[in-house]
Design a protein around this ligand. Sequence first.
Ligand SMILES: [Zn+2]
Length: 358
Amino acid sequence: MQDIEFEVFNTKSEDGKQGKFDLTDSVQRKEYFEFKAGPEIEKLKEYLKDNTFIVYLLGKKSSGKGTYAKMFKEIVSPDKVEHLSIGDMIRSFDEVLRDEAKKQELIEFLKQKYRGPTPLQDIIKAMEERSTKVLLPSELILALTEREITRMGKKAIFLDGFPRDLDQVSYSLFFKNLIDYREDPDIFVMIDVPTNIIDQRVKTRVICPLCNTSRSLKLLPTKKIEYDEADKKFHLICDNPACTGARMVTKEGDENGIEPIRARLDKDEMLMGQVYKMHGIKKVFLRNSIPVEKVKEFTDDYEITPEYSYKWNEQDKKVDVEEKPWEVKDDEGRDCNSLMPPPVVVSLIKQLVAVLGL
Ligand SMILES: [Zn+2]
């Protein structure tokens, strides 16, 4: 990304200390984290016994903010860490507004807590009509976010989707006072992902019509792949243990990749630039891609995202799967490989330990 230098973080094993982990397997993933960041994870666990922090996740839409935060929570402390997505929170109000009792409770809360230029009844109306024309004012987002955090109890929080607009950058600088996390540090985590990676993820994504699990034929297949003689195509079968399993399908519009969200991506990039310029705040930089020529020096092979291709084996009546490192162009036109989420989270863990001074 222009203007900000995201350094390549070294996660390569020391000589003679090689391991090999399947990072898509939850047990091996846990072993991997222990192997790569065991002492740092212990320090964070110790810190979280009596302290919290608030992290603002900044990155383009679909840059993996939620994935990284959830993985951090899973590995470091499921009890003491929360991921709060502002987008999910806003969407959850659809249900609240359909329930008369909950709706009244929300209105009462906002009467107490909301201060802003847009009349409350206009806001409620816009939320009920799911109108995207009326942007929900920042003052409202703040009040609702504060309410969610109070409900969670005192925990370390990864805030995903705030700040979302330029005026919210200033709010975020003082937000920890508002939620009474005064003594605890706040950290801005910036994530750099090449636009091509987001574009390819959207274009190759498929979802399960039953359980909405999202995968990718090219980048993140399930264990079960089916070849259809009729359309001569390969299809993923959902393997979510909680699902009965169905053929996964593409979502309408996904073939357009990032085109429909380009304005949003530009805004997200501008926001990061704005926060980058702020003095006196703690910053962490994460990057999802590595220039091909640096891969051998900075990573282990299994940390790189593979690309999958398929062939129908007529003789054995089965699908043969081929795997090779996925190569894409970054925003500067350099050949890059993409990192699997765990090494990015290792970088997050180590940088957090450093900025917290643990
Ligand atoms: Zn499913």
